[in-house]
Design a protein around this ligand. Structure first.
Ligand code: HEC
Ligand code: HEC
Ligand code: HEC
Ligand code: HEC
Ligand code: HEC
Ligand code: HEC
Ligand code: HEC
Ligand code: HEC
Length: 338
């Protein structure tokens, strides 16, 4: 090849490459999340774009590209299961570049899991020096969260706040998360179920998490030791039912109580199970005992629900029933006095 052609070839190759370079820095394709947030970091250095559009399942975010600014960060909320997120760069209304990411949000109570599809996705921890270094020119990456039981006056001053503030926006927030004492739980330690992740993130949280919860909550060990305990509690997986950061439901539950219980126990939703087994024989007029939609006589101000009769964590009574001793009728007497 003549030098001139070689030069042209090189220029062409470089130009061809520009499309590749102006792109999504984060996240990596095929990332799996346990939380609903996914952060996009987009580099516009080589694209001359004037706007960026991020879209998935009818949700659209538009970022305006400004002169002198070539890094754009945006956290979006994923839907449970598989998500395809498109990032399109525009210049004067024309598409300059279009790319996409396949992401998976594996919610603990998501019913539509496709195990086969899920195999392609990996959890990719972010908080490791080599990844953090790429952000350090603009973001302070060194934790300033007090570890000596101090409480921060102004939580917006934590280094975590700038990037994770969208997470603490639910109706009810859990005290340690709302006070940004994130490292009380995310202490980098691992548990029996995530030993393989040892050292993978500065802010790893032990799985199972029950022991971490028990540092502030009494009773956890008693539940585990109670005569009848519940599968997920026994496994130490409090996060199956509770969102450790907060949620729109009471007790930071991932779903309202009735919906939560029937996600795993669908066959109990009609209340048919309540009466026959106790020996009453005939079902009630409606065919089953009510399990919702009525006031709970034993808990003023609260609606009747599964946890009116069952203790979700553990009990001395059969079937986790809320009764003293083991007399099966004990539970009925909570609400039907005589
Ligand atoms: C009470 C304990 C606790 C506190 C406090 C807490 N977390 Fe978490 N966090 C967890 C647990 C447990 C998980 C993993 C389980 C889950 O959510 O499914 C988690 C998950 C996460 C994830 C999701 C990771 C992913 O792959 O999507 C992020 C991000 C996170 N926490 C950030 C924070 C930040 C920031 C704070 C402080 C505002 C915080 N956490 C406070 C217990 C806690
Ligand atoms: C060139 C500077 C720059 C770099 C480099 C940079 N950021 Fe940002 N980031 C910002 C600015 C400025 C904001 C505040 C929001 C805005 O003005 O866009 C921000 C906001 C964020 C947010 C909050 C977004 C939201 O929707 O609330 C996250 C998360 C974030 N950055 C993550 C990262 C990560 C991860 C990296 C490294 C891979 C990174 N950033 C690199 C400048 C930068
Ligand atoms: C520059 C932005 C940025 C800052 C500052 C930041 N994080 Fe993150 N963090 C991220 C991104 C990006 C992820 C990957 C998940 C995602 O895409 O949202 C993440 C993930 C996490 C996770 C999941 C585990 C992992 O390593 O992926 C935890 C826990 C977490 N952050 C806690 C914290 C805590 C605690 C602080 C403050 C001490 C903090 N983060 C500060 C951007 C940031
Ligand atoms: C650093 C201390 C701390 C840790 C660790 C902690 N919590 Fe909490 N939690 C609190 C405080 C403080 C409150 C608010 C006081 C209260 O209402 O009991 C609270 C409240 C709660 C409530 C609501 C209680 C109510 O009666 O309304 C639930 C549910 C809960 N935490 C679950 C958990 C779970 C699950 C974990 C482990 C993933 C956990 N907590 C870890 C401090 C902690
Ligand atoms: C099977 C789902 C489930 C699991 C797993 C679970 N919880 Fe709960 N938790 C609930 C429900 C439902 C309530 C509300 C009970 C009610 O109606 O009073 C609750 C209430 C609570 C409360 C409020 C006070 C109380 O005792 O009722 C705390 C604290 C709590 N849970 C902590 C934990 C901790 C810590 C773990 C892990 C060891 C855990 N939970 C595991 C479903 C669960
Ligand atoms: C994440 C799934 C899951 C959720 C959510 C769940 N359970 Fe369970 N539950 C199980 C499993 C698994 C078992 C069987 C293992 C065992 O016997 O503990 C079980 C067993 C039970 C039993 C029978 C215990 C026995 O001694 O035979 C009762 C009663 C029960 N659950 C009630 C509830 C109630 C009430 C709720 C809502 C507060 C609930 N469950 C939410 C998974 C779940
Ligand atoms: C009015 C009280 C009451 C309510 C409300 C109630 N249960 Fe029960 N549940 C019982 C009694 C009594 C038993 C034991 C008799 C039996 O097994 O039929 C039981 C047993 C169970 C069992 C164990 C069944 C077995 O055969 O292993 C599960 C699981 C269960 N309930 C789940 C639920 C769920 C989920 C809800 C809410 C949709 C609920 N219960 C609402 C009283 C109640
Ligand atoms: C947590 C409270 C609670 C417990 C425990 C409870 N019930 Fe009920 N029960 C109710 C409520 C609320 C109603 C609906 C009353 C109404 O609509 O006026 C009801 C209604 C009934 C009815 C009439 C249903 C109809 O359709 O007319 C029968 C029969 C009954 N319960 C039997 C039992 C038996 C047997 C037990 C013990 C296995 C039991 N209940 C435990 C709250 C409870």
């Amino acid at each position: 090849m003549k030098p001139l052609y070689l030069l042209l070839f090189l220029i062409a190759a470089l130009c061809g490459n520009t499309q590749e370079k102006s792109s999504i820095h984060l996240p990596q394709d095929k990332t799996r999340y346990v939380g609903e947030s996914s952060t996009f970091v987009i580099d516009t250095t080589f694209s001359e774009a004037d706007s960026i559009v991020i879209e998935h399942s009818n949700k659209t975010t538009t970022l305006e590209v400004k002169p002198q600014k070539d890094t754009y960060c945006k956290t979006i909320k994923l839907d449970p299961g598989q998500n395809t997120v498109f990032v399109t760069l525009y210049k004067g209304g024309e598409v300059v570049q279009k790319s996409s990411r396949e992401l998976y949000f594996l919610s603990e109570l998501f019913e539509g899991i496709d195990e086969y599809e899920l195999q392609e996705y990996d959890i990719r921890f972010f908080h490791k020096d080599e990844k953090e270094n790429k952000c350090a020119s603009c973001h302070n990456m060194k934790s300033n969260i007090p570890t000596n039981n101090e409480v921060l006056e102004d939580v917006t001053k934590t280094t975590c706040y700038e990037c994770h503030n969208g997470m603490i926006s639910t109706r009810n927030t859990h005290a340690p998360a709302a006070n940004w004492l994130c490292t009380d739980c995310h202490n980098g330690k691992f548990g029996e179920y995530n030993m393989q992740d040892k050292g993978a993130s500065k802010y790893l949280v032990a799985d199972p998490v029950a022991k971490t919860c028990s540092e502030c909550h009494e009773g956890v060990e008693e539940w585990e030791k109670s005569r009848f305990s519940h599968g997920p509690v026994n496994d130490g997986r409090c996060e199956r039912c509770h969102n450790p950061h907060g949620s729109d439901n009471e007790f930071f539950l991932r779903k309202s109580i009735w919906n939560l219980c029937t996600t795993c126990h669908a066959e109990m939703s009609n209340g048919q199970h309540v009466i026959p087994a106790i020996g009453f024989g005939a079902p009630t007029k409606s065919g089953g005992h009510p399990t919702k939609g009525r006031d709970d006589p034993a808990r003023p101000g609260r609606e009747l629900t599964c946890s009116g009769c069952h203790n979700p964590h553990g009990s001395s009574g059969l079937f986790l029933l809320r009764m003293r001793g083991t007399m099966p009728y004990g539970v009925c007497q909570r609400c039907h006095k005589k």
